[in-house]
Write a protein that binds this ligand. Structure first.
Ligand SMILES: [Zn+2]
Ligand SMILES: [Zn+2]
Length: 269
């Protein structure tokens, strides 16, 4: 079974192509299922479209859902088009997100921590001048948010769980093993999956999210895994899917999962 659950398109303002381009690319890549998962609007903001280069307007969510559902019908029999979304996780707005997203028939919701201590995880300057102790604290607070997102019950998948390394590769060298282990245990208990997200290659860190070291521990704790390219252009759909499958088998995983109507579908690797 080949699938890719993490794709974006023009609506977020920083991806190329329309939804149909990603579906066609999925067929081209030999996928049986493709998940469309653009970024959620900033529901917590007063503004209609707080950051036009980051996420769609609030009023566009309905169009997004309708377009995916209509393409799902159109492509039935050729490829299974899944309705997903990549949701930010802001604890202060969690109930608003839960209620708003609850109004639509998502196959799954990817919960992604994109902000820690109110600063973007990709902001390179956030690390400038921090003491080693402070860096550990930031890393711990990132993982505590991820734990909270797992326990919120809002998500089927957690997005890119070490993406903080994306623009700051030495993030991986900050020692916070206990926080990561605790997080992986919570994820396993919460029965949410983590994605192996191959978009790290487009950032300074290179590689995948999460690192092999984290994946080995995830396997030990019985965490479920899924795949997402996090494509922001159609050509990246399914990118390194087979390499990920091979690596997961090497690490000791035997199955991976995808979601339909929020039900976990477990398939052999
Ligand atoms: Zn994006
Ligand atoms: Zn993301």
């Amino acid at each position: 079974m080949k699938f890719d659950l993490h794709t974006h398109h023009f609506r977020c303002g920083h991806a190329d192509g329309n939804i149909r381009d990603y579906i066609d690319a999925g067929i081209e890549a030999g996928l049986q299922a493709i998940g469309i998962s653009d970024h959620t609007p900033y529901f917590g903001s007063e503004e209609e479209q707080a950051f036009p280069r980051i996420a769609m307007a609030k009023s566009d969510l309905r169009n997004y859902v309708e377009e995916v559902l209509s393409l799902k019908q159109e492509y039935a029999g050729k490829i299974d088009v899944l309705l997903g979304i990549e949701s930010d996780y802001f604890p202060i707005h969690a109930e608003l997100y839960r209620d708003t997203l609850g109004q639509y028939p998502f196959d799954y919701i990817i919960g992604s921590v994109h902000h820690t201590e109110d600063v973007s995880i990709f902001n390179k300057t956030r690390w400038k001048g921090l003491s080693d102790a402070r860096k550990v604290e930031v890393k711990k607070s990132y993982y505590s948010l991820i734990r909270e997102s797992a326990q919120s019950g809002m998500f089927q998948i957690l997005g890119h769980i070490d993406a903080m390394k994306g623009n700051y590769p030495s993030f991986s060298d900050i020692i916070a093993d206990e926080a990561i282990d605790e997080t992986l245990q919570v994820i396993a208990e919460s029965n949410v999956a983590i994605e192996i997200n191959t978009s790290g290659k487009t950032k300074l860190s290179g590689g995948w999210y999460p690192s092999d070291a984290i994946l080995e521990r995830a396997q030990h704790y019985g965490v479920k895994v899924t795949f997402g390219s996090d494509a922001h252009k159609p050509q990246r759909v399914g990118d390194e899917l087979e390499e990920v499958r091979t690596r997961l088998l090497e690490i000791g995983f035997t199955e991976w999962v995808y979601f339909k109507q929020k039900q976990m579908q477990i398939v052999p690797l």
